[in-house]
Design a protein around this ligand. Structure first.
Ligand code: GCW
Length: 711
């Protein structure tokens, strides 16, 4: 039996070619009459689905043939309603090992498209591929096979059970810890659709700073209800767990991973979860980090802790993602600590444990060299953790398109197994026995109408998914896709203006915040503005900017070379040599690895001080340039979108001025050299002023809002 839905004449065709009990009619409760033709205005909530434009304008809807019926395939049929760049599309479940669970093949014969995949969700990815082609490429269907780079393409929400979002700049959490209401179901479904459209297939619902309550029976029940809503879109859920859960929830005397009662508690908990959520994907764990409990509390190792959880999940096929973001002061240099704790454990983790490593050795700075741990673990499955939410890149106020940064990390060569040992390859290759490769992005999603706090920050959610699907895509091509789907009417010349803004934005942020390898000179707590002078009495030294910039009368920068902490030696040759020598160290990492004299001659002949001034000035100038570029595209962009982004760009420019003046005036106290460009603020005033970004409304204003309040 061939069951097909035709958009040509709005009825369900059932022909009788092949018949099997599995091939059931897709009973679609809609017709193309339900869709109105007029192009709808920009609606921020609709993300990159602004319009399925070509389809809406065309009468030539494709005949869609789907030989099965599952909730996922009904979504495929629904999404394909407006597909119009072929006469017919046939979706087929096949058995083809090379495509794996999520891969698909699109082929063309005449004007009939044949899509083949091993699973219904892979057919959904193919449907989104075809629609993307229609909206982005316009013309005819491009035939190809596509297999994702990673098995788990994962969002990590840092959402708390009370509805707040740690480092969230887009309102409150989208998750409601109640039996989902119709409104909740609507939001979860929109969210799932957005993720599926870019290939995201796993989501961690709650903050890594996890409440033990997450594993209470009451919360697990709600996780199961959320999982049911996300499942048709191919999304599996994980939760972050608190290592002390057995103590808090069951009153056990401790959480020692080698104690039988503790191990049994986790096994029972896993059984309970899987009885409600058979495709539950696993646990994410932050342990012995920033005050959270963990196995080290009982003189056990990270592998003891991770393996206990892995054993509990293993019979059900679950995974443990164990974070390497640890920095208990085992060495004076924080940048070395994750390596020092985890490298000796290489090979001791069970094969359903993945070590999740932040891209850089410190903490999601605008630029860091990659974490040397990636080049050190050889017998342990690793995943990269990237940050989509803009904790250190201007919250949701600053334009900072992040794939340029992420791809810098993924394409970095660790030289672990000689040349070509890129982080992309090391995290994609599966070790013997390992079933899952993974990549994680900390979500920038909240309940703001536009989901991300800034329309343009939607591009980072989009891009994370696309890049996780295919790490060979470029930041540029992903930007093009996003622009064409978000601003469907934009002419090519304006599109290229917007694309340039996106592509140049991250480097601009680096320049006006922390050029030349400077890092962590943020204000205390909120990580929004600059406070290289910050000194909080009694605080951990490695939370203070002076620990990182080390400015003195001689020069600027961390001491991580062979005369300093020797952190360079955590990198494999030839990088260790390259970074160790101040004359060969790349400019972008210079002050990361070296304390450099103010009058040091850079490769371009300028002194360090002059180069620093040039970089800060360039960053600031770029924010003016972005405003000018955005002005140029005004008439081609929806007014709401344009106004929102314009407002944010103005905040960004004001903040960049604050960074420029604050950092240069502060460092000038040590260099005693002139600043060639104009500064408008007074350092004493800046140092007395503490921006209040503790609440979300303030955060939306940046320094601009604060200044207004102050006046
Ligand atoms: O950078 C720090 C953040 C914390 C975060 C932590 C982590 C979730 O400032 O807010 O906690 O990293 O990644 O665990």
């Amino acid at each position: 039996m061939d069951t097909s839905f035709s958009n040509h004449n709005m009825k369900l065709h059932i022909s009788s070619a092949i018949c099997s009990p599995l091939m059931l009619a897709v009973a679609l409760g809609f017709s193309s009459c339900d869709r109105q033709s007029p192009v709808s205005p920009f609606d921020a909530h609709s993300l990159w689905f602004q319009q399925h434009k070509a389809g809406l304008h065309s009468d030539n809807k494709a005949h869609v043939i789907i030989n099965d019926s599952t909730p996922t395939l009904r979504i495929v049929a629904d999404e394909m309603k407006d597909f119009s760049i072929a006469d017919a599309v046939s979706f087929n479940i096949v058995s083809d090992e090379k495509l794996g669970h999520d891969g698909y093949d699109i082929s063309l014969s005449g004007s009939t498209v044949t899509v083949s995949a091993n699973s219904d969700v892979a057919l959904l990815y193919a449907a989104f591929d075809l629609l993307r082609q229609q909206h982005v490429e316009v013309g005819s269907v491009r035939t190809h096979s596509s297999v994702p780079s990673y098995d788990f393409r994962m969002l990590n929400h840092w959402d708390n059970l009370d509805g707040t979002v740690e480092r969230g700049y887009a309102g409150h959490s989208i998750w409601q810890w109640r039996t989902p209401t119709p409104e909740d179901i609507k939001i979860y479904t929109e969210y799932a659709r957005a993720n599926a459209s870019v290939g995201i297939n796993t989501v961690v619902l709650n903050n890594v700073n996890a409440s033990p309550e997450m594993l209470s029976a009451e919360h697990i029940k709600i996780v199961a209800q959320i999982a049911d809503i996300l499942r048709p879109y191919g999304i599996r859920v994980l939760v972050s767990v608190n290592f002390s859960s057995p103590m808090v929830l069951a009153g056990l005397p401790d959480a020692d991973p080698l104690r039988d009662s503790v191990r049994q508690w986790w096994k029972d908990k896993a059984d309970e979860i899987y009885s409600l959520i058979p495709d539950f994907a696993g646990f994410l764990v932050k342990a012995n980090s920033e005050g959270l409990p963990g196995p080290l509390d009982y003189h056990r190792s990270h592998s003891d802790g991770a393996n206990m959880l892995a054993e509990a999940l293993k019979p059900h096929g679950g995974i443990v993602l164990w974070r390497a973001f640890v920095y208990s002061p085992s060495d004076a240099d924080r940048a070395k600590q994750a390596y020092l704790e985890f490298q000796p454990l290489d090979g001791q983790f069970l094969d359903n444990v993945i070590i999740q490593i932040k891209n850089g050795p410190i903490d999601f700075q605008p630029r860091e060299p990659f974490s040397p741990l990636f080049g050190a673990l050889k017998k342990t499955q690793m995943a990269a953790e990237l940050q989509i939410t803009q904790e250190y890149t201007g919250a949701a106020n600053h334009l900072c398109y992040l794939p340029t940064m992420w791809l810098e990390t993924l394409n970095a060569d660790t030289y672990r197994d000689g040349q070509g040992s890129t982080i992309a390859r090391l995290t994609q290759d599966k070790l013997p026995g390992v079933k899952v490769s993974a990549i994680a992005g900390v979500a920038n999603i909240g309940n703001d109408d536009n989901w991300c706090g800034n329309h343009i920050a939607q591009s980072n959610w989009y891009a994370f998914g696309r890049m996780a699907w295919d790490t060979n895509l470029t930041a540029d091509s992903i930007a093009t896709e996003w622009i064409r789907q978000t601003m469907p009417d934009i002419p090519r010349h304006a599109e290229s203006t917007v694309r340039d803004m996106l592509i140049e934005s991250r480097e601009a942020v680096v320049d006006y915040m922390m050029p030349l390898g400077l890092h962590h000179i943020f204000a205390w707590g909120h990580h929004y503005g600059p406070e290289p002078w910050c000194a909080v009495p009694g605080a951990r030294p490695d939370w203070m900017p002076t620990y990182y910039h080390c400015a003195d009368s001689v020069g600027l920068g961390s001491r991580r070379d062979l005369n300093g902490s020797k952190a360079v030696l955590q990198y494999n040759a030839p990088l260790s040599d390259l970074y160790a020598d101040v004359n060969t160290c790349p400019d972008e990492y210079l002050l990361w690895f070296h304390h450099v004299n103010w009058d040091f001659r850079m490769k371009n002949g300028r002194t360090l001080w002059d180069e620093l001034c040039v970089r800060y000035d360039h960053g600031l100038a770029m924010t003016v340039h972005f405003l000018a570029s955005w002005n140029r595209v005004q008439s081609y962009v929806d007014a709401n979108l344009w106004n929102d982004v314009q407002h944010k760009l103005e905040i960004q420019h004001d903040d960049a001025r604050w960074w420029h003046d604050g950092c240069l005036l502060y460092f000038q106290q040590f260099s005693k050299m002139p600043i060639p460009q104009k500064t408008i603020y007074n350092l004493d005033d800046m140092m007395k002023f503490h921006i209040n970004i503790t609440n979300y409304e303030n955060a939306k204003q940046g320094y601009r809002g604060e200044k207004l309040v102050k006046e």
